[in-house]
Write a protein that binds this ligand. Structure first.
Ligand SMILES: C[S@@+](CC[C@H](N)C(=O)[O-])C[C@H]1O[C@@H](n2cnc3c(N)ncnc32)[C@H](O)[C@@H]1O
Length: 240
C-alpha cells in the first residue's frame, strides 16, 4: 500500500504505528489518565443495536472490543493499515473469547474494501486525525453506511479558551511528548502533539463532514475540549 502524504506534512501512517504497537495501550492509559476507556465507552453507546459494525483505524482493537461486548449479536469488523497494531488486537480479542465476533482487516479508511450500505454502525477513535485525505475517508463512511446508521468519531482536539483548558494544552503539547519519549523510547509521540494542532476545530470538521455527505446528530466535548465525540448519520438521498 502506498502511503499518501498528510496535508500537514505529518506521518500518521500504519508504518509509524507499527513501531509503537506493543506499548500503545499502556501509553494510551497513562497519557489520558485512563480517560480513553470512558471516552470509547461513550462512543460505543451511541450506536443503537447494530448487527454489523465497522471500527475504522481500529489499532489494537479497544473500540471494536467495546462495541462487540455491548452488542453480543453484532458482527464487528476492525480495519487498520498497521499489521502490528492488528496483531496486538487479534491477540487481545482471542483472549477475551471474541474471536468469532470480531474480524480484523488490513486496509485504508480512504478506500474501503466493502460494498455500499453494508454497515449499520461505524466508529473511529483517534483515527481521522491520521488520515491524509479526510474528505475521502468521510465519503467512504457515507458510502458503506446503511441509511440511518450512526457514525461515531472520537478525536483529540486542541483545547481552546482559558482556565483549565490552558492546563490541558500544556498536557498535550509538553507532557504527552515527554512521557511518550521516555516510556516508548521513540519520538513518535511528538507527532501526536503536532497532529492535534493541525486538526481542524470541531465546527470546521463538522463542515468537512457535511460536504462529504454526513449530517451531525450530536457533538460532545470532553476534558476541556481536549477530545470531541462527533456522531453523524449519512445524509438521506434527495436532501441537500
Ligand atoms: C491513535 S491510533 C488509534 C487506535 C484505536 N482506534 C484506539 O482507539 O486506540 C491511530 C490508528 O490509525 C491508523 N491509521 C493511520 N492511517 C490510517 C488510514 N489511512 N486508514 C485507517 N487507519 C489509519 C493507525 O495505523 C493507528 O492504528
Amino acid at each position: 500500500m502506498t502511503t499518501p502524504i498528510h496535508p500537514a506534512g505529518l506521518d500518521g501512517s500504519g508504518a509509524m504505528f507499527d513501531a509503537i504497537a506493543e506499548r500503545y495501550d499502556l501509553l494510551n492509559r497513562l497519557m489520558s489518565f485512563g480517560k480513553d476507556r470512558s471516552w470509547r465507552r461513550q462512543t460505543a453507546s451511541q450506536l443503537g443495536a447494530p448487527k454489523r459494525a465497522l471500527d475504522l483505524a481500529t489499532g489494537t482493537g479497544d473500540l471494536a472490543i467495546e462495541v462487540a461486548r455491548r452488542n453480543p449479536l453484532a458482527q464487528v469488523v476492525g480495519l487498520d493499515p498497521s499489521t502490528r497494531m492488528l496483531d496486538v488486537g487479534r491477540g487481545k480479542t482471542k483472549k477475551l473469547g471474541l474471536g468469532t465476533q470480531i474480524e480484523y482487516v488490513q486496509g485504508d479508511a480512504q478506500s474501503l474494501p466493502f460494498p455500499d450500505r453494508s454497515f449499520d454502525a461505524i466508529t473511529m477513535a483517534f483515527g481521522i486525525r491520521n488520515v491524509p485525505n479526510r474528505p475521502a475517508a468521510l465519503c467512504e463512511m457515507a458510502r458503506v453506511a446503511r441509511p440511518g446508521a450512526k457514525i461515531a468519531l472520537l478525536e483529540l482536539t486542541e483545547p481552546s479558551g482559558s482556565g483549565l483548558s490552558v492546563v490541558a494544552r500544556l498536557h498535550v503539547h509538553w507532557i504527552v511528548p515527554a512521557m511518550g519519549a521516555i516510556i516508548s523510547g521513540s519520538r513518535e509521540y511528538a507527532y501526536l502533539s503536532r497532529s492535534i494542532a493541525a486538526f481542524p476545530a470541531p465546527d470546521a470538521f463538522v463542515q468537512i463532514a457535511r460536504d462529504s455527505g454526513l449530517e451531525l446528530v450530536k457533538l460532545v466535548s470532553f476534558s476541556f475540549g481536549a477530545c470531541h465525540l462527533f456522531v453523524f448519520t449519512p445524509r438521506a438521498e434527495g436532501s441537500s
